[in-house]
Design a protein around this ligand. Structure first.
Ligand code: NI
Length: 432
């Protein structure tokens, strides 16, 4: 791989306390960041490749901490419905018909969309995870995979066995780009006995948990009717928070729960677009941040978003919580950018490797073309990224020291082939 020097107009490293650097350079050796600094201080060794990118901004790759990648196959299929009927009447019956090949085709499409909009790592909860892992391995992207778990009895136990297999088999694979978790779906789909089995497996195999919690008011009512308690108390009773937890949504958390989760070092994946589209509610993110809870960003599946674009989520999160609190200072551009990068790395247990551009971390970075009307002038690059930039402004993407997108083109796959195959799969699925 060798040594690469990128000379760029702006560099945002997201390292603690480091301001954006104008006329900067970034030195990459093999798969790692070696140096970051002012271009005039760069030492160019013989044999190093110099990339002149003076129209570009370089920043860490974005980290999507909650999605169901293959659900891109259901994009625009069932919109404008409540979560309950959307899931039970539309999505679950179709998911019953999915084959491993379908999930592979869908995941490839999702990876193309994510890479092209600057997402370099995603946390996925789905099924046929061997196929998801295969797509991740081929594409060069980084991912944290969890097989979704729900139900009860022998069928659920079979899923848990699969999940453990996936967890063991893929952990650390694809040059270390794949890590794994267990994915108990949600309090209302995982009954107590099975939940305890999942927690026991999580401890035994050292796999963190990725779970939807307090997503809708309906969930609150269902859990309270069934167990006379709130979802967080239900999960706590069965030991969930004795393990590292990536908690998706948390829309209906109260203050006591927020401070409890903060003490338990739980990481939240906030999915503003999905919560708005399904009318689930507005997560109390300002309160979470005040209480020191770690908040990252997710797109959720494309069936409830319908984009896999973390630039859109950063902007939306920032705007949504300003108006929800009637306070424009409540979620700054800088906070939104942290949620999309370094907080995501912490949420996935990968902060030592990714989330910021610092020496010794993996070279996961993106370049944004600043030479565009909607990105001019660049008076404050952080504000510009959160409030004005779009996923489509990303021109180049590197993961693990390897270029996966160059000048807007996916390097490892023929994107038009991926698009055709996914469109064919989706059409075919509806006819089954
Ligand atoms: Ni979800």
């Amino acid at each position: 791989m060798g040594t690469i020097l990128i000379h760029c107009q702006w560099l945002i490293s997201m390292a603690e306390g480091q301001a954006p650097i104008h006329d900067a350079y970034l030195k990459i050796v093999d798969d790692k960041i070696a140096e970051v600094g002012q271009w005039q201080e760069a030492m160019i060794e013989p044999g190093a490749e110099v990339i002149e990118a003076q129209d570009k901004l370089v920043m860490p790759g974005l980290i999507n901490t909650h999605t169901h990648a293959a659900m891109v196959l259901f994009r625009s299929l069932a919109d404008d419905l409540a979560l309950d009927s959307w899931l039970k009447e539309k999505i679950w019956p179709l998911e019953e018909k999915l084959t491993p090949e379908d999930v592979y085709a869908g995941t490839r499409l999702a990876i193309c969309e994510m890479l092209r909009s600057g997402i370099t790592t995603f946390a996925d909860m789905y099924f046929f995870m061997d196929e998801v892992a295969r797509a991740v391995e081929e594409s060069g992207i980084r991912a944290v995979l969890a097989r979704g778990l729900l139900g009860a009895g022998p069928e659920a136990e079979k899923k848990l066995e699969e999940a453990i297999e996936t967890g063991k088999k893929w952990k650390g694979k694809a040059e270390g780009r794949i890590t794994t978790m267990l994915g108990p779906h949600a309090p209302y789909t995982v009954p107590p006995e099975f939940l305890r089995q999942v927690v026991a497996a999580s401890r035994h195999y050292q796999l963190p948990l990725h779970i939807h919690v307090a997503e809708t008011r309906n969930e609150l009512e269902e859990i309270s009717k069934e167990y006379s308690k709130r979802p967080v108390a239900y999960l706590a009773e069965h030991g969930v928070f004795s393990r590292p937890v990536l908690l998706a949504h948390g829309v209906w958390l109260d203050e006591g729960e927020i401070s409890f989760l903060s003490r338990q070092k739980v990481a939240v994946a906030h999915n503003p677009a999905s919560n708005l589209k399904l009318a689930s509610g507005i997560a109390p993110v300002a309160k979470m941040l005040q209480e020191g809870l770690l908040v990252s960003l997710g797109t959720d599946g494309a069936a409830s978003n319908n984009r896999l674009d973390l630039f859109a989520e950063m902007r939306l999160a920032s705007l949504l919580h300003k108006v929800a609190n009637q306070d424009p200072t409540v979620l700054s551009a800088e906070t939104a950018l942290k949620m999309g990068t370094i907080n995501g790395a912490h949420a996935l247990g990968l902060a030592e490797q990714i989330g910021s551009l610092e020496p010794e971390k993996k070279a996961d970075l993106i370049m944004i073309d600043l030479n565009q009307s909607h990105l001019t002038p660049c008076l404050n690059p952080v504000s510009l990224l959160v409030y004005a930039a779009r996923g489509s402004d990303v021109t180049d993407v590197m993961v693990n020291g390897e270029w996966l997108v160059q000048a807007g083109k996916i390097t490892k796959w023929d994107e038009s082939e991926v698009i055709k195959a996914a469109a064919r799969t989706a059409a075919d699925l509806l006819k089954r």
